[in-house]
Design a protein around this ligand. Sequence first.
Ligand code: RNT
Ligand code: ZN
Length: 423
Amino acid sequence: MKDRTEAQVERAYQDAKERYNAYGIDTDEVLARLSGVEVSMNCWQGDDVAGFEGADSITGGGILATGNYPGRARNVTELRQDAELAFSLIPGKQRFNLHAIYLDSQNAVDRDEIGPEHFASWIDWAKKLGIGLDFNPTFFSHEKAAEGYTLASYDSDIRRFWIEHGKRCREIAADMGRQLGSACVNNLWIPDGSKDDTTDRLRRRELLVESLDDVFSAKYPAEETLDAVESKLFGIGSESFVAGSHEFYLAYALTRKLVLTMDAGHYHPTEGIAEKLSALLPFMDKVLLHVSRPVRWDSDHVVLFDDATRAVGREIIRADALDRVVLAVDFFDASINRIIAWVVGLRSTTKSLLAAMLEPNAMIREAEDAGRLGERLALLEDARTMPISAVWDKFCLEQGTPLGGEWIDAVRRYESEVLLKRD
Ligand code: RNT
Ligand code: ZN
């Protein structure tokens, strides 16, 4: 698709800059600020959450990647190659978010045997790219998770197995953070729950507390790794009960001083996560977001620049909390080109932050403090039709990232030259 020339982008930007300036916003400063924000890109969109243990799709765990678009990455090399293309098409700074099943090993290694050595090549790759890594233990797609319970299982052998996995993943995360000089966020999510009503919720949750306390018993420096826990309301096959619910992890994270993860798709259908941020930040140091897009039963559609995502951006910026909200995306769509999924999801997340930075926040605050609430409304309304896209294009240009349609062409070329040649 033919796009604007550099000169056209510059012209539009100069015009936008003046318009924003009238509202007290320095767009150059905004772009400098935006360029420092990191968003963690989820490796699992690249291969439908299959991993490299030999599976070709997720099994169990209440999550499901639907679709059979060609070109799924089948090994470490392909996943890295695809991710590199995506990174080149997304402005700003990214990290890469790995799951334990993405280990790089010639031999079969069970989850309770993995160690930093199985991720050494990922660290080398991240060093080469100059990016940080994040991590997740994998408590699904495994015979020991087939009953639907892991850390909250009644079977002590099963619990022990998963506790060991959790511990090893923390060690791996700490190693990544240490070697890369950037704290690796290790996010723990377990699928434990039941399809139908269970009468024994309390015992499950007490077991979960006990297991988690064991997993988190070793201490690691915050410069190396941060531990986060992610709640969920329901999954496929765990419609009636999920042990790690929002209240459970809220209480757990607060009492154990961990990071709480909020996934946009893990609440009731009309319940947004944006407003929860300001309710949590007075009580906890950091919150991790899984920016996602829930659609009916699915919590993992590709993120868009929609009202829900923009509300998240606004809440972060208005609370001046960029250093306390860790941003990661979480989606997996196997029905479309997977690189397009990555690029759209990360560009829209970044764009939502930009849009929030471009609201006349200082003027709005002033009007609000003075009780001129009509003016507050008027300023917010004006902001909606300001030329965000001119500033976004300038950001892409500065970052050496293709504009609008250009990046789609780059993916199309890669699809015919590389992806369609994979069987
Ligand atoms: C599942 C959670 C979890 C996963 C990934 C693959 O409902 O959102 O974050 O999506 O770990
Ligand atoms: Zn998630």
